[in-house]
Design a protein around this ligand. Structure first.
Ligand code: ACO
Length: 320
């Protein structure tokens, strides 16, 4: 029911290389790159996540030749905005001069795919014609910088897309395989409630890398098969794969059995690390701006993340 009318992205200025990390962690460029495919990532310093989200949203609107007042719904995929309330979506709404309904959603790294499916439902039921989807993640503020097995994997950033009523989306599939332990980032238990009896869990992202790895390879493979079946396509019919950028080894393993030409699989993990929900957005914007996609190309987004969630969406690239 929708096509992608415009894209945008914004990354923090500061770039941190693997060698920079090795100055304060027991790690190396060789370990990180060979295990994950990551060389460097962008990290927030003086910028707020709000600033990045607003910038990427404005860039997507400009690219779609659309004004803020013409947006009917704003969805922000994030695990944690700068404020619990207002939502990041409302912060963006204020900045672009919109009074549309606006809310955040958290499906971890799959958030943008969930947002695309919500946008499709709003458009399909006549509640919206134009939806602004933003994602922004401050992973550097969620990880424990003394835990070398997680902090080296992530980066910060924001991306956005404007979707409009029309021919484009071919199929989507979303799932959860609930597992509350393998990836966990606790919230603040309470400020100073005299009634609270629950202790504070460690405020840092915990991840069982091995378990997540196994889940990810299976989930990405299954979602690709399911979404292709729903679209009446085979994996070979897809022109471009935009997988969640968590680990090159996961991407390669999950696509292996389909014998996909590796030139069809888009990557930017070496420069950005894992930006959670934002990864596929920044990837999309980067390759759209390079002119990689031609009208009618079939793009397959596939992702997995905390929850555990996973999903895939196929879109015909029909941007004017
Ligand atoms: N530098 C050097 N050594 C390290 C580092 C590091 N940064 N991190 C861990 N090690 C050590 C470990 O301590 C371990 O040492 P030991 O054998 O002495 O115990 C050794 O390296 C091997 O560790 P493994 O965990 O076996 O390494 P593996 O090859 O499995 O790779 C990795 C680890 C990269 C985390 C992998 O499991 C992975 O990518 N998992 C999936 C993670 C993921 O995709 N997360 C994204 C979902 S969450 C989200 O997106 C919000």
């Amino acid at each position: 029911m929708f096509y992608i009318a415009g894209t945008g992205s914004a990354l923090p200025e500061k770039v941190v290389s693997n060698d920079d990390l090795a100055q304060f962690l027991d790690t190396s460029d060789e370990w990180i790159y060979t295990r994950t495919g990551i060389h460097r990532r962008h990290v927030l310093t003086h910028e707020r996540l709000d600033d990045l989200a607003i910038l990427s949203a404005k860039r997507a609107l400009e690219d779609a030749h659309t004004e803020g007042k013409d947006v009917d719904l704003i969805l922000c995929a994030t695990m944690r905005g700068d404020t619990y309330t207002p939502s990041l979506a409302c912060t963006v709404a204020e900045a672009i001069g919109s009074h549309a309904p606006a809310f955040d959603l958290n499906a971890a790294c799959v958030g943008v795919l969930y947002a695309m499916e919500i946008a499709d439902s709003f458009i399909g039921t006549g509640k919206a014609n134009t939806v602004l989807i933003v994602s922004a993640e401050a992973m550097s503020k969620l990880v424990d910088w003394t835990d070398r097995s997680t902090c080296v994997l992530f980066g910060d950033g924001s991306g956005a897309m404007v979707v409009k009523r029309g021919e484009g989306r071919l199929a989507g599939v979303l799932t959860s395989d609930p597992d509350t332990k393998s990836i966990r980032m606790p919230n603040i238990e309470g400020m100073n409630s005299p009634y609270n009896q629950i202790g504070q869990e460690k405020l840092a992202m915990y991840m069982d890398g091995g378990e997540v790895y196994k889940f990810a390879v299976n989930a990405m493979g299954h979602r690709i098969e399911e979404v292709c079946a729903r679209a009446n396509l085979s994996p070979a019919d897809i022109d471009w794969y935009l997988p969640h950028q968590a680990n090159v080894r996961i991407i390669t393993a999950s696509l292996k059995k389909y014998k996909i030409d590796k030139d069809k699989v888009l990557l930017n993990i070496s420069e950005c690390g894992n930006m959670s929900a934002t990864s596929v957005m920044v990837l999309l914007d980067e390759y759209a701006k390079k002119g990689t996609f031609k009208k009618g190309d079939k793009l397959l987004f596939v992702a997995f993340g905390g929850g555990l969630t996973s999903g895939a969406v196929i879109i015909n690239w029909n941007k004017e």
